[in-house]
Structure formats: structure tokens, C-alpha cells
Design a protein around this ligand. Structure first.
Ligand code: SF4
Length: 364
């Protein structure tokens, strides 16, 4: 029963040995995606790596980095009469400044779990006397599904459907990380899943601009270690370019139809990233032609948003300067369920991932 696992571990150890052979000095890389961070920690991959390879964990957890005011806005809109408020299940437990959507639902407001924006659009079509809002947080993959729902709503003439969407744009956050004057990040392990939509042409610009290699990488343990190996070989040979480790899924051009749809419905705009602040072109907003579907404009609610703890070091974690175990609050006053900052807010946040997978080995 255990043989395949042992074999996998042996394969991983082989790749790790290759990395050790290729790395002749200290290198610091960042894996951008929180899913990759979780894989590294869950599978204890860092323990296989040679000590001269340092991994910092990147800022691509969309839920953690959605601004708190945006969550407060969602909770306020969900309390309006005549609104049916729909969201994926994982967003219902997301704490706003005062409460979460589950508590609003328990008070009797019409808050529903849906699996896709198209389900939400169907609810709107079935109940034309109600205003149906879809609440969504994500990156390019999420933007494509939401763009489709808005495009469909317009095509069908549905007027009682709208979107409260927070969509981050990953190339902008990569640029933000690498723009830090004292950044230690020398190579980027890029997000395979996002690149299935976006492709990686934009990352070639980033690689050129900041003189760093970027490796588009998948999520299996072997993908991640091979991505690191490719990145180390590029660093050792002074090659700044984009390599694609996730060839079975990602192409340079990405999904052209999905990109065209995103670009028809959305445009890039500055976005507030919780823990970091405003990032230029950090996300998508609806184009003027589709503003009639923008819940933020349709429902101008008053909100009062609390600031995150002053002691929180999320910004330094998200930008690759520190790790959760550098925070004095980690695992003490800040834990999942009592998050005091961005990176503990969702299970996929770096602090929450450390708490769940690495707490005992790192925090004692
Ligand atoms: S442990 Fe909590 S307070 Fe510390 S950096 Fe993480 S989110 Fe912020």
C-alpha cells in the first residue's frame, strides 16, 4: 500500500539532489501562489531542499488579500431588503469588521451558497422581483467565469443580476514584489493554474524588467521541485527568461477565448490588496459598458471598517521579507478563527498554512 508513496519520495529526493548539484551558492526564490505554499509545507518539501535554497511565500491568496472594506460592503449589501445574496461557501465564514455572512444568514437575510455565477444568474432569471448579487473573490480564473455571467446577463437582458467581485491581477502583484528596493527575491515560481488562462507572455515582460527568471509551475510535489531546479539552473547560468514546467496545461498564449471575454467585460484598475495597500493595475473592474451590473455602484452602502492589528507583519510576509514564525502574535493571539491580519484570514493564507501544517515544527 505504501510502496507508491515511498517511490514518489525517492523520486522527489532525486530531484532534490539534482537541485543541490546545480546550486553552487545561496539563492532566494518566491513561490507566488498560496496553493504552492500549502503543497511545500504539507509535503515537507522544504526539508528536501539544500540549505542554500531559500523559499519565501508569495502574495497570491485572493481571499486574504481582498480588502476588509470589500468584505464589509458584501455584508452590508446582503442585509438589504429585496436582495438575494449569493456566494461560494468558503466566503460565508470570511470575517468582516463586525461579523460574517453566516451570521447575517442566521438573522434571516437571504444569503445562499452557489457554486458558480451562472447558478446565480439562473436564480435572477427565476425571481425577477428580487435583486440577485453574486459575491466573488479570485484571480484570472475567477474573472473569466464572472465575465461570462455578466456577458450572458447583458445578452439575455437580465437586469436584476449584479456582481460584487474582487479580482486580483497576478502580474501586477509580481511586479509589486520585485519593485521593493530591498527585495531578496531572485527567481519566481509562477502560478500554473492562473497561467492556463492568461498564458505567460506578460511574465516575459516581468522577467526582462526585473532581471529574474520565472518558471511557470504546477502543484504536484514533483512539479514544484522541478520548477525550483529549472529556476536554479537559470540563475546559475545568468538566464532571465520564462520557462514553462507545466506544459501539459499551460501555453504561452493561454486560453485566447477566455482572455477575450475577460477583456470585453473587465479592464485593469488599481486594487487594494489587504496587508499591502493599493497596487497599480492590481485587479479588474467592470468596463463602463457593463457598469449596470456592478453591485458596488448599484448599492452605495455605508460601511465602517476596522484596521488590521498594527503588530501584524503580513505586508513583510506577502512581499517576501519575513515568514509567519517571525511574527510575535503567530499561534498566540493570532490563529485561524482569531485572525489579526491578512495572511491568517483564510485557510490558504501563509500564516494559516503555517499554523495548519508547520505549527509544531516551527512554533514549538
Ligand atoms: S500571525 Fe497574524 S498578526 Fe502575525 S503576521 Fe500573520 S496574520 Fe499578521
Amino acid at each position: 500500500m505504501n510502496a507508491p508513496v515511498q517511490l514518489d519520495r525517492r523520486q522527489l529526493e532525486k530531484v532534490a539532489k539534482r537541485i543541490a548539484t546545480h546550486a553552487t551558492r545561496e539563492w532566494t526564490l518566491m513561490e507566488i501562489c498560496s496553493g504552492q505554499t500549502a503543497s511545500f509545507l504539507e509535503l515537507e518539501l522544504e526539508e528536501l531542499l539544500p540549505k542554500n535554497i531559500h523559499l519565501m511565500h508569495g502574495p497570491s491568496c485572493a481571499i486574504c488579500t481582498a480588502s476588509l472594506s470589500y468584505i464589509d460592503r458584501a455584508i452590508a449589501i446582503a442585509q438589504l431588503d429585496s436582495v438575494i445574496f449569493c456566494a461560494p461557501g468558503d466566503l460565508l465564514r470570511l470575517k468582516g469588521s463586525q461579523c460574517d455572512l453566516l451570521e447575517i444568514k442566521a438573522q434571516g437575510h437571504d444569503v445562499r451558497v452557489v457554486h458558480s455565477p451562472l447558478d446565480c444568474l439562473n436564480i435572477a432569471r427565476a425571481q425577477p422581483d428580487k435583486n440577485v448579487v453574486f459575491f466573488s473573490i479570485g484571480f484570472e480564473m475567477t474573472a473569466q467565469a464572472n465575465a461570462l455571467s455578466i456577458w450572458q446577463a447583458k445578452r439575455l437582458g437580465v437586469k436584476n443580476y449584479s456582481l460584487l467581485g474582487s479580482h486580483g491581477y497576478v502580474p501586477s502583484i509580481c511586479s509589486r514584489v520585485l519593485s521593493e528596493p530591498n527585495s531578496r527575491i531572485q527567481g519566481i515560481i509562477g502560478l500554473g493554474n492562473v497561467c492556463t488562462v492568461s498564458g505567460f507572455a506578460e511574465y516575459e515582460n516581468i522577467s526582462r524588467r526585473f532581471s529574474v527568471p520565472v518558471v511557470v509551475t504546477g502543484y504536484e510535489a514533483i512539479n514544484l521541485l522541478e520548477g525550483i531546479d529549472i529556476c536554479i539552473q537559470m540563475l546559475e547560468s545568468g538566464k532571465n527568461a520564462v520557462e514553462n514546467q507545466f506544459r501539459e496545461t499551460v501555453s504561452k498564449a493561454g486560453n485566447k477565448e477566455a482572455k477575450a471575454l475577460i477583456n470585453e467585460v473587465f479592464e485593469l484598475a488599481d486594487r487594494e490588496w489587504r496587508g499591502i495597500g493599493r497596487i497599480e493595475n492590481g485587479g479588474y473592474k467592470l468596463r463602463p459598458d457593463f457598469e449596470a451590473y456592478d453591485a458596488e455602484l448599484i448599492y452605495p452602502v455605508d460601511i465602517e471598517t476596522k484596521a488590521d492589528s498594527d503588530a501584524c507583519i503580513s505586508k513583510d510576509i506577502l512581499l517576501g521579507f519575513k515568514k509567519p514564525t517571525d511574527c510575535p502574535l503567530f499561534g498566540k493571539s493570532c490563529r485561524p478563527g482569531t485572525a489579526l491580519g491578512a495572511t491568517m484570514v483564510s485557510n490558504e493564507g501563509t500564516c494559516a498554512t503555517y499554523f495548519n501544517y508547520a505549527h509544531h515544527s516551527h512554533a514549538g
